[in-house]
Design a protein around this ligand. Structure first.
Ligand code: PLP
Length: 470
């Protein structure tokens, strides 16, 4: 057992952290979390922090929720894990049934994996294989379409979809090519119904690629409504609806990545409900277990599933699986998570919280360095620039986003930036008072960090846009 205060030193000696330049890690104080309760984290030195990004967008009902904790403990008294290859297990069977009941209509089959990246990877492999098994024309469907700045995870298939240069460029020689159309996030106006898609600015590139290569495309892969890791890039209303129409019109499958947006994060249970879109395949992870254990699923239709049925031992088998696929502890946590959604007015409460968030964000536009404030439900991005009016970003070496989160820690709040976009994504269980505190701490931290070191951002000349939100 380490001595109190030893933990940080031992972390620095032995651990390699994800998405982290470790020289920068060594330059900062290392915070080691020892416990959690409700919407708070506690470190080994006894300090308390509000969990302002839901522990990287996973936590839904807070930490140590009695119902989820109890479900995991009870499952532990039965069995922790047994393989899902050649066997089934009780919680995974129940969870599949429960997920089909809450998923967008038409999604009837549940394939388990462990994380968001693999859930997307599975969806891509399924789409590709489905077409190959669906007559000679399907053999041609080997290509994928995705959006600019896409992020779908860190396995090689999902990185191939990725369009965030900083994360993905080093791996380019390893990746397969995809068709990438610009993200539509800069358009503010909704996309009207019954228009020729090619005549709408943000749909034209999509219409073009499906028009010219539609018979070669296996699937369109995208996040619904908002691209999270790209910097909370909020799409115009109607984009998903029309993109789905273009994709289906060409006989391609629609894969929606609800890894970040699922489980009430944008308001309803799944974001695609807001546009009345039902995907052919849907990847779900993060909030699935309430943020307690790593379980992910890829849901699909009976039509896709049936395309994999064939003679025993045949090629139609879906050759994919992991050692911990459908882990019973994780599935028990996920069932408890769904129980809470069923028994408590969680989604009603989210609606109230979203409006309060919108109101509280308005004043951020008064900070000169705030270039844009984007909101999609409980997913918020505050974009910081040295000169918003002139479109001049801060020098990345200044690490302004990072400075903001260090300033927030002093105020008892844990948040994590995406470059110079400050992301706020509190748990669904956040109270009004906690949300106000998160906003106040973030406001002060942005002011402090953007004014530090002599940086005095100029006030833009033109009027600022208001908070862009769904
Ligand atoms: C939209 C989206 N897809 C996939 C992933 C990857 O999920 P995981 O980190 O569980 O592999 C993420 C992670 O942030 C995500 O936001």
């Amino acid at each position: 057992m380490a001595h109190e205060g030893d933990w940080a030193a031992r972390d620095r000696r032995y651990v390699w952290h994800p998405f982290t330049q470790m020289t920068e890690w060594f330059a900062d104080e290392t915070i080691v979390i020892a416990s959690g309760k409700g919407n708070y984290l506690f470190d080994t030195r006894g300090r308390r922090y509000f969990d302002g990004v839901s522990s990287l967008w996973v936590n839904i009902h807070g930490h140590r929720h009695p119902r989820i904790t109890k479900a995991i403990k009870e499952q532990l008294d039965r069995i922790a894990h047994s393989t899902f290859l050649g066997l089934s297990n009780v919680p995974a069977t129940e969870l599949a049934e429960r997920l089909v009941a809450v998923a967008p209509k038409g999604l009837r089959r549940v394939f388990y994996s462990d994380n968001g990246s693999t859930a997307v990877e599975v969806a891509m492999k399924m789409a590709f294989q489905y077409h190959r098994q669906n007559g000679p024309a399907g053999m041609k469907r080997t290509e994928f379409v995705t959006l600019g700045d896409a992020y779908h995870g860190d396995t090689i298939g999902s990185v191939s979809l990725g369009g965030i240069d900083l994360f993905h460029r080093i791996y380019r020689p390893l990746l397969f090519k995809v068709h990438r159309v610009p993200s539509p996030w800069k358009r503010k106006e909704p996309i009207p119904k019954r228009r020729n898609p090619a005549s709408v600015d943000v749909l034209a590139p999509l219409a073009k690629i499906f028009g010219s290569r539609g018979d070669r495309i296996a699937a369109l892969v995208m996040e619904p409504l908002v691209q999270g890791a790209a910097g909370i890039l909020v799409h115009p209303r109607g984009f998903l609806r029309e993109a789905a129409r273009i994709c289906r019109g060409a006989g391609a499958l629609l894969i929606l990545d609800e890894v970040a947006t699922g489980f009430g994060r944008t308001g309803p249970m799944f974001a695609c409900e807001q546009e009345g879109v039902r995907p052919d395949l849907m990847a779900v992870a993060k909030g699935l277990t309430g943020g307690y254990l790593p379980v992910a699923v890829t849901l699909t239709t009976e039509k896709v599933f049936k395309g994999f049925l064939g003679p025993p031992g045949g090629d139609r088998t879906f050759f994919h699986g992991h050692s911990y696929t459908a882990n019973p502890l994780g599935c028990a946590a996920a069932i408890a998570n769904l129980d809470i959604f069923r028994d408590e007015p969680v989604l009603e409460r989210v609606g109230v919280l979203i409006s309060r968030f919108r109101g509280g964000l308005a004043r951020f536009r008064d900070i000169p360095a705030v270039a844009d404030v984007r909101q999609c439900g409980l997913m918020v991005g505050i974009d910081l620039m040295e000169d918003p009016a002139g479109g001049k970003a801060f020098d990345p070496l200044l690490r302004i986003g990072h400075k903001v989160i260090l300033a927030a820690r002093k105020r008892g709040v844990i948040i994590r930036p995406l470059g110079d976009v400050i992301v706020l994504m509190p748990p669904l269980s956040t109270t009004d008072a906690e949300l106000d505190m998160l906003l106040q701490a973030t406001y002060e931290s942005v002011e402090e960090a953007t004014r530090a070191g002599g940086i005095q951002p100029r006030r833009p000349q033109r009027a600022r846009s208001s908070v862009r939100s769904w």
